[in-house]
Write a protein that binds this ligand. Structure first.
Ligand code: HMN
Length: 287
């Protein structure tokens, strides 16, 4: 996974008004983001509304995106499910379809022990030859450093997507597991911080909407121009905070539509912003 780094949108899944996967829009979003210069894609995760889709829909999204990307940038497929069996099926599909890596949240909902979680990642990793990027996210329950270290001992586990804000742990992971263990920072509000703590890349929702700001941030951090990087980060935070007041996947989809990119609709129970609400949102953005 060494070559997977930089600014990686957690790609939104484009649905049509009737909540079906909308291939044309999906391709349009991917090609727009490629033109903007994003350095990879992360599919069917939280932002991709992955848990709102059935397996065949998730596979369909993976196939469409891989076809549209055509090998230009690496693609990571989130294969997480509560059942190991389903995750393995999705992982095998991702491998056959030509993905570059897989990723997964730990099994959630029931109170799974570190043993269950270890076995979950081991079983999936054993089933495919793709690198696995563990996904640490509050929505599925944050894993501590001890468990992360144990997971890193599994052959196929090559990195972690770290969506916690305790960024000192990014440096600790790098120090204690090794610099070749890839870390992707997941809090868009703290992209500069994540990169400064040693993250190899950033994976997040808002890189669908404003990739250029984060590509600039990533470049500036590399050049150690931190004051400039923070100025853009602050601007991005104010947009993110505005979007988080609503169903923000819908905010991003609507805002992309204003920009001429057909990013479609969200799937229920998320709520689409339409009509008067959309007008108000637009007015707020212009402010
Ligand atoms: C994904 O799986 O889709 C994302 O990469 C998750 C991503 O890290 C987002 N975090 C969560 O959804 C918890 C962030 O991009 C987040 O949306 C952003 O920082 C706004 O809070």
């Amino acid at each position: 996974v060494k070559e997977i780094k930089g600014v990686i949108p957690a790609l939104m899944t484009v649905f049509d008004e009737n909540e079906n996967v909308y291939e044309k829009g999906m391709r349009e979003l991917v090609s727009y983001l490629l033109k903007e210069g994003v350095e990879g894609f992360y599919l069917t995760g939280s932002t991709g509304e992955g848990f709102l889709m059935n397996e065949s829909e998730r596979k369909q999204v993976v196939e469409i995106v891989l076809d549209e990307v055509g090998g230009r940038v690496p693609v990571i497929v989130h294969v997480g499910a509560i059942s190991t069996k389903i995750s393995i099926e999705l992982a095998r599909h991702a491998e056959a379809a030509g993905a570059d890596a897989i990723s997964s949240v730990p099994p959630f909902y029931w109170r799974f022990t570190p043993e269950h979680i270890f076995n979950y990642y081991k079983d999936i990793s054993d089933a495919v030859s793709l690198p696995m990027i563990v996904y640490n996210v509050p929505l599925a329950g944050i894993m501590g450093l001890d468990l992360i270290k144990r997971l890193a001992s599994i052959d196929g586990v090559k990195g972690i997507k770290f969506t916690a804000t305790s960024h000192h742990e990014i440096s600790m992971i790098k120090n204690e597991i090794g610099n070749e263990f890839m870390v992707y920072s997941g809090a868009d509000e703290m992209a500069v911080s994540g990169l400064l703590h040693g993250a190899d890349g950033i994976i997040g929702s808002f890189y669908n909407l404003m990739p250029e700001m984060f590509l600039k941030i990533s470049q500036l951090v590399k050049e150690e121009r931190l004051t400039e990087a923070m100025a853009i980060q602050k601007e991005a935070v104010s947009i993110i905070m505005y979007a988080l007041k609503k169903d923000y996947y819908s905010v991003m989809k609507v805002a992309l539509r204003w920009m001429g990119v057909d990013a479609g609709y969200v799937r229920r129970p998320f709520m689409n912003i339409q009509g008067k609400e959309e007008e108000e949102l637009k007015a707020g953005f212009i402010d």
